[in-house]
Design a protein around this ligand. Structure first.
Ligand code: 5U1
Length: 702
């Protein structure tokens, strides 16, 4: 099977009709006779590729090749407009919007389904079916997921799509032919030739989860209204008078049955009818399964309930249909629902409740999340009393106040979220949500980064403790050998350390009591901690975990201030004179050092012997000889590790980056240097061997 990430795959459901041609695609325009032949052939080919892509899910050619066929068809049709037909794949989008929707009276009513809410309801349904059919044998059922979309009717005459309508009230719906025609996966012309002369196909148009999320992301970015769920998005997309809007929406369909059938014979089971629809190019659910007996129905339900979260579309239950058409006819209908089918619903995932309060939680990285405290409500099989409100933008988007009635969505195992506010139910005493201005955990000041509020007490805040210590110990920071994430978690959980400074008071005895820690490894850790006390100023600055201060910025700050206390006292304005430090990063740095708690931790670290050579004494005469230069390291060094090499270069004032470009001043190349060496040679960048570098170090006394 071919798979690629071109236009078909990225947005398979909205083919870009505005595709342009490149000069290499230009082909001669043939005579009208040959053009007609080629047009028919191209339509046939495009139809087959659509079928492979949308129905079988087995594309055969790359998207670029598909696009070429499409472009060729368009160009032939523009040369011979008299050859354009309404079922041409180029004719999916109409040019002018409609003034209003027409009405369609369904020749056969579009029925609804009775619901079963539990195993007992399902067993009752099975019992009724057996009684009416007067049989004791297990009944054969066709089972498939119930999609949460919009029911539609598609009328094909002589294999051509002539009309599409919504279900409406079951008797009369709206004419949405112009919009349905834009849905790439719905064939304008059926494949094969053994279809009934008139065939009404019924199915559910839906928007896949990924398409829905992308649509909402784009709407948010443009400051437009977002859709509450994929079903609303699909409904909104189908109810457009301008089909050019619908064409841009990622809609698709699963067909689940037939209505009118004239001049033709269909098979005598439901599952075989669906197989025919598939053969004619219509999408049917790949989850369709024929089972026998009520227990097998229950097993299918359980399997799909487990699969549900991972499906690329939303489903709200399972539909069971008596498979034999003769039996369906014998069973007939009650009111507006057939006696031969039932929808077993999954437990509701949405429920209405009241927002009682909003509290603010501090995450591992200091991000503050507003959490809704709710009047407990049973949703999706559990009682929910809290839901996330994500961030400040979400609160604004929802226009939510304390006291509001809200719709809670609980999809699978994910954290429940407030999906909607019912503004019409807002009580008079509803209160605004006020954001804190200090961290609710450690009382440090908060910073705002776009929609996210964040605590600035990174070194001290207990919510951020574990992450801060893991970062401090990491290889590029203080490089504490043997202090991995699991160990940090144990040390914090057992209250042996609260801040990074406490690391340097640990004893081998304390550490040896931890899981998977013998006497020897405990001693090794204490030795590693001892060794890490001697560090460099850039590493120390980086290890503090100041927001957006990565290695390169830490190096720039160290090179500029040469002294930690000068850096700690620097104003935002002054910080912006450092290379690569803009107002946002300057703000983070200034705020970080302004926090009394952070300063206390830094003082404790210094008091416990963390030290580095003074930046200015590294190279006594002539300042930093490599200041202003950008170096790259590659290959294996014999006399030092790559990290040591990097530290030395930084002490000498160089900026060390990971890739070679025209801006690179020099490449320090060890053994087995590969592509970076080749690139440096190609760009004429100076290459320094390890021997050369040793000599340079001797000359500079480092
Ligand atoms: N999958 C599926 N959904 N659905 C909805 N099948 C199905 N059948 C329906 C409806 C309303 O109705 C027929 C049983 C008449």
């Amino acid at each position: 099977m071919f798979s690629s990430a071109g236009s078909q795959t990225e947005n398979p459901l909205a083919f870009d009709n505005s595709m342009s041609m490149t000069s290499s695609d230009i082909q001669p325009v043939p005579s009208p006779e040959l053009a007609e032949q080629e047009i028919l052939q191209l339509r046939q080919q495009i139809g087959e590729h659509n079928y492979r892509y949308y129905v079988l899910d087995e594309p055969e050619i790359p998207d670029s090749e598909y696009d070429k066929l499409f472009i060729r068809l368009k160009s032939l049709e523009s040369a011979y407009p008299q050859l354009i037909t309404e079922d041409s794949p180029t004719r999916r989008v109409g040019a002018t919007p409609l003034k209003a929707f027409g009405q369609v009276r369904h020749e056969l009513a579009m029925l609804s389904l009775d619901n079963a809410f539990d195993e007992e309801d399902q067993a009752d349904f099975n019992r009724r079916v057996k009684e009416r059919l007067d049989t004791t044998e297990d009944i054969e059922y066709a089972c498939e997921p119930k999609l949460d979309g919009i029911a539609v009717s598609l009328l094909y005459e002589d294999g051509r799509l002539v009309r599409a309508a919504t279900r409406g009230d079951g008797t009369t719906g709206e004419d949405i032919t112009h919009n349905i025609r834009t849905i790439e996966s719905i064939p304008l012309k059926l494949m094969g030739n053994d279809w009934p002369r008139r065939l009404e196909v019924r199915g559910e148009v839906y928007m896949p989860k990924a398409g829905f999320e992308q649509l909402n992301r784009r709407a948010s970015a443009k400051g437009e209204k977002t859709f509450v769920n994929p079903r609303n998005a699909a409904a909104g997309s189908l109810r457009q008078l301008d089909s050019r809007i619908t064409a841009k929406r990622p809609l698709t369909i699963y067909c689940y049955g037939v209505g009118v059938v004239d001049d033709g014979v269909l098979p005598d089971t439901h599952s075989e009818i669906l197989a025919c629809l598939k053969k004619w190019g219509l999408r049917v659910s790949p989850e369709l399964k024929v089972v026998k007996g009520v227990q097998a129905c229950e097993d299918y339900y359980q399997t799909m309930a487990e699969k549900r979260q991972g499906l690329p579309y939303e489903i709200d239950g399972i539909v069971y249909k008596v498979n034999a058409i003769a039996r369906q006819q014998a069973l007939g209908f009650v009111a507006r629902a057939p006696r031969w089918a039932i929808a077993r619903k999954f437990p509701a995932q949405e429920a209405i409740t009241t927002l009682k309060e909003v509290e603010f939680q501090v995450g591992r990285t200091g991000a503050i999340t507003p959490v809704a405290r709710l009047q407990p409500v049973f949703v999706g099989g559990v009682t929910v009393s809290n839901a996330t409100l994500h961030n400040m933008d979400e609160i604004e988007r929802l226009d939510i106040k304390i006291g509001d009635s809200v719709v809670i969505l609980r999809a699978g195992d994910v954290i429940p979220k407030v999906n909607q506010v019912i503004h019409s139910m807002r009580p008079d005493n509803a209160r605004d949500i006020t954001f804190p201005d200090r961290c609710p955990v450690c009382d440090s000041e908060l910073e705002r980064e776009e929609a996210i509020l964040r605590c600035s007490g990174g070194l001290f805040c207990s919510a951020q403790r574990k992450e801060a210590i893991k970062h401090f110990a990491s290889r590029k920071a203080m490089d504490i050998d043997g202090l991995g994430d699991k160990l940090v978690e144990q040390l914090v959980d057992r209250k042996l350390i609260a801040t990074v400074a406490d690391l340097f008071s640990l004893t081998a005895l304390e550490v040896s009591g931890l899981e998977r820690m013998g006497k020897k490894s405990a001693e090794n850790l204490i030795n590693a901690l001892d060794q890490s006390r001697k560090t460099t100023l850039p590493r120390f600055i980086y290890s503090l975990g100041i927001r957006e201060v990565g290695e390169a910025t830490a190096q720039g700050l160290a090179g500029h201030y040469r002294d930690l206390h000068k850096l700690m006292a620097a104003s935002e304005e002054d910080l912006q004179t450092v290379d690569d430090v803009g107002p946002v990063v300057a703000g983070h740095i200034e705020k970080f050092f302004r926090q009394e708690h952070n300063r206390e931790v830094i003082d404790a670290l210094l008091a416990k012997g963390v030290e580095w050579e003074s930046e200015s004494s590294v190279v006594e005469e002539g300042g930093q000889p490599l200041a202003g230069e950008t170096w790259v390291l590659t290959g294996t060094l014999n006399t030092m590790t790559r990290d040591e090499g990097k530290d030395i270069l930084q002490k000498l004032g160089a900026r060390v980056t990971g890739s070679v470009s025209a801006k690179t001043s020099a490449l320090l190349a060890g053994d087995k240097a590969g592509s970076k060496l080749a690139k440096a040679e190609k760009l004429g960048v100076r290459v320094v061997t390890e021997d050369d570098f040793m000599q340079m170090r001797q000359a500079w006394g480092v």
